[in-house]
Design a protein around this ligand. Structure first.
Ligand code: HEM
Length: 222
């Protein structure tokens, strides 16, 4: 077991994922193996990601509630761009892997993409109780499902590369999520001191999103 400092600055002990490398540590043939196996996996990606998200819903009832709320918002909105249901997430995750695997040679961009997704979910922490353990459960389930897929187990290179990729993915999703939460808490306490301060557009946007989630919490579940 060893530890590494994630870009969020936290020391993470590497006891659950085995060999947690970095993208830069992937060999040329491991990157090739990732791209090739993703090409073969992609036609089955929807089925695979559906199983992963459904398993996550079972492992964490909070996830089921969050997706349920998202479906309710959809029923009112009819706005595809803001849709975040489980079914939409299957498509989002497929697109995300497409984009991610295209940036294997640029570690900064690779990490920024993942952290961006992690931080976009921080808004769900307050009204919907999204917490870091959801990312951990997602990592465990994805590791099991993806790494036991025949396309991945076919070669040692692919197996190792996917384990590394998923470990980094979860580490950075969590890092982005927690970083944004810290930022939000910091600016919320500053807000209390500096009442009336003009907020920047991003802050305003996330407050509006929060309002939307809080509003949805008042809707009956059944
Ligand atoms: C690899 C995993 C995931 C990916 C790639 C992903 C991707 C995304 C993306 C791209 C967005 C839109 C963000 C924006 O532009 O503001 C989003 C939002 C959202 N995601 Fe995920 N997500 C993941 C995991 C999850 C999980 C596990 C949950 C459920 C608990 C979840 C629930 C939501 C919800 C409810 C929103 C809407 C947030 C809002 O109101 O703005 N996501 N996700």
């Amino acid at each position: 077991m060893y530890s590494r400092k994630s870009s969020a600055g936290n020391i993470r002990f590497n006891n659950s994922y085995g060999n947690l490398g970095t993208i830069a540590s992937l060999t040329f043939s491991q990157k090739q193996a990732l791209n090739l196996s993703w090409r073969l996996l992609k036609p089955q990606a929807s089925a695979c990601f559906r199983k992963i998200f459904l398993e996550l819903e079972i492992a964490s009832p909070k996830v089921k509630q969050i997706f349920y709320k998202a479906a309710l918002v959809d029923a009112f909105n009819k706005d595809d761009d803001n849709s975040a249901t489980l079914e939409v997430h299957i498509k989002l995750t497929t697109k995300f892997f497409d984009e991610l695997l295209a940036t294997l040679d640029d570690e900064n961009e690779f990490v920024a993409k993942i952290r961006g997704i992690g931080s976009a979910h921080a808004i769900l922490a307050k009204g919907s109780n999204f917490s870091s353990d959801i990312w951990e459960r997602l990592g465990e389930i994805a590791m099991e499902r993806v790494c036991s897929h025949e396309v991945v187990t076919k070669t040692r290179e692919a197996s190792r590369a996917w384990r590394t990729l998923i470990a980094i993915l979860i580490d950075e999703l969590r890092g982005g999520f927690e970083g944004e939460l810290r930022q939000h808490r910091k600016s919320s306490s500053t807000d209390q001191i500096e009442m009336g301060k003009v907020e920047d557009e991003e802050e305003l946007h996330s407050k509006l999103q929060q309002l939307r989630m809080d509003y949805n919490q008042t809707l009956p579940y059944t």
